[in-house]
Design a protein around this ligand. Structure first.
Ligand SMILES: C[S@@+](CC[C@H](N)C(=O)[O-])C[C@H]1O[C@@H](n2cnc3c(N)ncnc32)[C@H](O)[C@@H]1O
Length: 349
C-alpha cells in the first residue's frame, strides 16, 4: 500500500452519519438525566451553574455544560450567566406541571438498553416482559394522551349527536381509562365501563380515583371473555384486537341496534418508507409477546385485516361506516409519531 494514496471517497461522508447519530444519543441522554435528576424542577427561577451543582450534588463543571447543552437544544433560557425553564420545559418537563411528560422520556430507557446491546438483542436476549409491559405502558400512554390526543379524540366523538344520546359505553382495552373518564365528564348520563386485563384494571382504578370519575371496570381477556352489555357505544383505542375480525364480531354482538363502534387504530400501510419506519419495525420485533399474538409489522397482530379489508368486514357484519378521521399522534413506546385512523361505524342491520 502506498501511504500517499487517498481513499476514493472522503471519510467525511461516513463521519457525518456517525456524528449525527452519536449527537442524537448524547442529546437523548442529557434530556433523560436532566429529567431523572430534576434539573427542570430546579429551574423555575434563574439559577447559576454553581447553585444547580449544589442542588444536584454534581461538579459545577458538569452543571455548567448540562445547562449550556439544554440552552443550545432550546429547552431552557439564559440571562446573565443564569438559566431558567423555557415555556416548553415549564409545561412538559417540570414534574409539577399537569402536562409533565417525564415518564414518556424515562420509559424509552428500556428500549435504549435493547438498542445499546443490539448484537445481544438480535441474538434473542430480550428483556421486555409481556406480563409487566401493559401495566407499565398504560401509565406512559395516560401521561401522553392528556397532552392533546385525548382532547382531539373526545372533541370529534362528542360532536356526534348519538354520543350525547347514548346511555352506556364500553371502553374495550381501555388501559388507564382516561378516555372513559373524559367521556363521562362530557356526558354525565353516560355509564362508562373500562374492560382490560386484571393486572391493568388495578391501575385503571387509580386513575378513576385520581379524576374522581364515575367509571366502572370489567376485568377480562377480550380474546376469551364475554364483553357483557349490550352497550350503546363501544369505543376502543389502540386495542391490539382492533383490526381482528373475531373481535369485531364480538363488538357487533355486544352493541345495541343503532349503536356506535368507535375504533382508533394504526393500520400499517406503505411500511418502511423512511428510516424511522424501518427502525420502529425492527424494534417492534425485539419483543415477541406470544399471548398478545404480535405479528411482524409494527402495531400488527396475527389475524389482522388491512384497513380496507376491515371496513368491508364491518359492512358485511351490519355496520355502516359513518366517518373515518385521521389522528396522528406519538406512539409512546417507540417515541415516534404514528398515522392513525378513528373509524366511526354504526350498527344498522
Ligand atoms: C396500547 S394499550 C391502549 C390503552 C388505551 N386504550 C389507550 O389508547 O391509551 C393496549 C391495551 O390493550 C390491553 N390488552 C391487551 N391485550 C388484551 C386482552 N387480551 N384483553 C384485554 N385487554 C388487553 C392492554 O392491557 C392495554 O391496556
Amino acid at each position: 500500500m502506498n501511504i500517499h494514496d487517498r481513499p476514493e471517497i472522503p471519510y467525511e461522508n461516513l463521519q457525518e452519519i456517525l456524528e449525527n447519530a452519536f449527537n442524537g444519543l448524547k442529546t437523548f441522554n442529557i434530556l433523560k438525566s436532566s429529567v431523572e435528576m430534576g434539573v427542570f424542577d430546579n429551574l423555575t427561577n434563574l439559577t447559576t451553574p454553581e447553585e444547580l451543582s449544589r442542588k444536584l450534588d454534581i461538579e459545577p463543571i458538569f452543571s455548567y455544560y448540562i445547562l449550556e447543552a439544554l440552552f443550545k437544544i432550546g429547552l431552557i433560557e439564559k440571562e446573565k450567566g443564569a438559566y431558567n425553564n423555557s415555556r416548553l420545559s415549564k409545561l412538559y418537563l417540570n414534574s409539577n406541571s399537569k402536562f409533565n411528560r417525564g415518564n414518556c422520556i424515562l420509559s424509552l430507557n428500556e428500549s435504549v438498553d435493547l438498542w445499546n446491546n443490539l448484537t445481544d438483542t438480535l441474538k434473542g436476549n430480550l428483556s421486555k416482559k409481556e406480563e409487566s409491559f401493559f401495566p407499565f405502558i398504560i401509565q406512559v400512554m395516560a401521561e401522553d394522551c392528556i397532552c392533546g390526543e385525548l382532547q382531539d379524540t373526545s372533541s370529534i366523538i362528542s360532536s356526534y349527536e348519538d354520543f350525547n344520546n347514548s346511555k352506556t359505553l364500553l371502553d374495550l382495552a381501555g388501559g388507564h381509562g382516561i378516555y372513559s373518564i373524559a367521556f363521562s365528564k362530557i356526558n354525565p348520563k353516560l355509564e362508562c365501563f373500562v374492560f382490560d386485563l386484571p393486572s391493568v384494571i388495578k391501575e385503571t382504578k387509580k386513575y378513576i380515583e385520581k379524576y374522581n370519575a364515575n367509571v366502572k371496570t370489567l376485568s377480562g381477556n377480550f380474546y376469551r371473555d364475554d364483553f357483557a352489555g349490550p352497550y350503546d357505544i363501544i369505543f376502543s383505542s389502540y386495542n391490539p384486537g382492533g383490526k381482528n375480525p373475531e373481535i369485531a364480531e364480538k363488538v357487533y354482538n355486544a352493541l345495541n341496534f343503532n349503536g356506535l363502534f368507535i375504533n382508533k387504530q394504526c393500520f400499517p400501510e406503505n411500511e418502511n418508507q423512511t428510516l424511522e419506519d424501518v427502525l420502529d419495525n425492527l424494534e417492534w420485533n425485539f419483543a415477541k409477546f406470544e399471548k398478545s399474538m404480535k405479528a411482524e409489522t409494527r402495531y400488527s397482530f396475527k389475524g389482522d385485516l388491512t384497513f380496507n379489508g376491515y371496513l368491508d368486514f364491518l359492512e358485511n357484519l351490519g355496520f355502516d361506516i359513518v366517518d373515518v378521521h385521521a389522528i396522528c399522534h406519538l406512539n409512546p413506546s417507540f417515541g415516534s409519531k404514528s398515522r392513525n385512523k378513528l373509524i366511526i361505524a354504526k350498527k344498522v342491520r
